[in-house]
Design a binder for this molecule. Structure first.
Ligand code: UT7
Length: 332
């Protein structure tokens, strides 16, 4: 019998309607469109507005799109893994909320916390359940409501992030397509440079932590940039080397959308021309766990069965990684 591999067989996505442009940000912090565009490539991002709405509300829309497109009953889904840094609650897991809202009564689920690499971590984890034969229908969600943890007085950080969510369906295949290989890395020493200071068990929420704005993203941008640029490019190069791929063999690079300059460095290290790279950072900014599935969502109709795709990410932790997959379907 041929080997079972996990293939993405459908993609869904959701971005909130409200846009926050660089010009809008000029009115909030001391910044300007020229600085943001030249340093990051971002022109605008989406913001989830509305009382009581969280990451699960975007995820529900992304997953519902998959169910509709595939004509799948929610009861058929066996497992849902949600990669997020902005869960609805500290507990229970956002995956529990999503499965409940969608009536997935037969599914179990849990969250994966790996910041901007979360989607790759979750995809790799999910693929094991398919490859082992344990499950046949698994959903992987990646998304964040970053606006819920942004300090709109910190111009170096608030300009980068946005809200959005994507999701993929994983199913078994034995025709050599699907997820082929992953390299996942982490280095907790990097936590000093990108984290949220309060709200965890080390520093629970108090009036003082709120007043000190410690419930927001803290980032030392230059340091994170240096690690990101080196490690994301290297891991993408390593997975090509390990699988005997050259730039000519790769159909698409799906890079984490944190900074256009990091994407360009990764592309150059892989020996790829610009037209092989999915980039939507100019419209969505950095949606953290959402960047990779949102790229797949927007490019789904262009993808062809057999396409060679490399996903690459770097984020808080530090965490980073790359996944090599063969696309499994032509979009109808
Ligand atoms: O996705 C998770 C991983 N995160 C990342 O990969 C992010 C990595 N880091 C970055 O993308 C970049 O470091 C940033 C975009 C965050 C910042 O860009 P930078 O080129 O590293 O700028 P910088 O922090 O070195 O700041 C350069 C100058 C400073 O002014 P002085 O000291 O040179 O006078 C900043 O105060 O730019 C200033 N600055 C700004 N000016 C206008 C910082 N933020 C802004 C701003 N508008 N929004």
């Amino acid at each position: 019998m041929s080997k079972i591999q996990a293939a993405i067989t459908c993609v869904g996505g959701y971005v909130p309607e409200d846009k926050l442009t660089n010009f809008d940000l000029e009115k909030i912090v001391d910044t300007n469109d020229e600085w943001i565009t030249s340093r990051t490539g971002i022109k605008e991002r989406r913001i989830l507005k509305g009382e009581g709405l969280g990451t699960s509300d975007m995820a529900v829309k992304a997953v519902q799109e998959i169910l509709d497109k595939k004509g799948i009953d929610p009861m058929e889904i066996e497992l849902l893994i949600c990669a997020t840094t902005t869960p609805d609650f500290t507990f229970p897991a956002t995956a529990n909320v999503i499965t409940d809202k969608l009536g997935m009564k037969n599914a179990w689920g849990y969250d994966v916390s790996a910041a901007c690499s979360g989607f790759i971590y979750a995809l790799t984890t999910a693929s094991q359940f398919i490859e082992s034969g344990k499950h046949k229908k698994v959903i992987v969600v990646g998304g964040d409501k970053m606006s819920s943890i942004l300090n709109f007085e910190d111009r170096a950080t608030c300009i980068i992030f946005g809200d959005g969510c994507g999701a993929v369906l994983l199913e078994p295949t034995t025709d050599g397509l699907g997820i082929v290989d992953s390299i996942l890395r982490s280095d907790g020493a990097g936590r000093a440079y990108l984290h949220q200071k309060a709200g965890g068990s080390v520093k629970p929420a108090t009036v003082e932590t709120v007043m000190a704005k410690e419930h927001f993203v803290y980032q030392e941008g230059q340091t994170v940039f240096k690690f990101a640029v080196t490690n994301m490019a290297q891991v993408a190069y390593d997975i090509m080397q390990r699988n005997g791929l050259t730039g000519d063999d790769v159909t698409w690079l799906v890079p984490h959308q944190a900074n256009k300059r990091i994407i360009d460095a990764t592309r150059e290290r892989m020996g790829l021309p610009e037209e092989k790279v999915m980039i939507n950072i100019q419209r969505y900014g950095n949606t953290t766990n959402g960047t990779l599935p949102l790229c797949l969502w927007e490019w789904e109709t262009k993808l062809k069965k057999g396409d060679t795709i490399i996903l690459a990410a770097f984020g808080g932790g530090f965490t980073w990684g790359a996944t090599y997959l063969k696309w499994a379907y032509d979009c109808k």
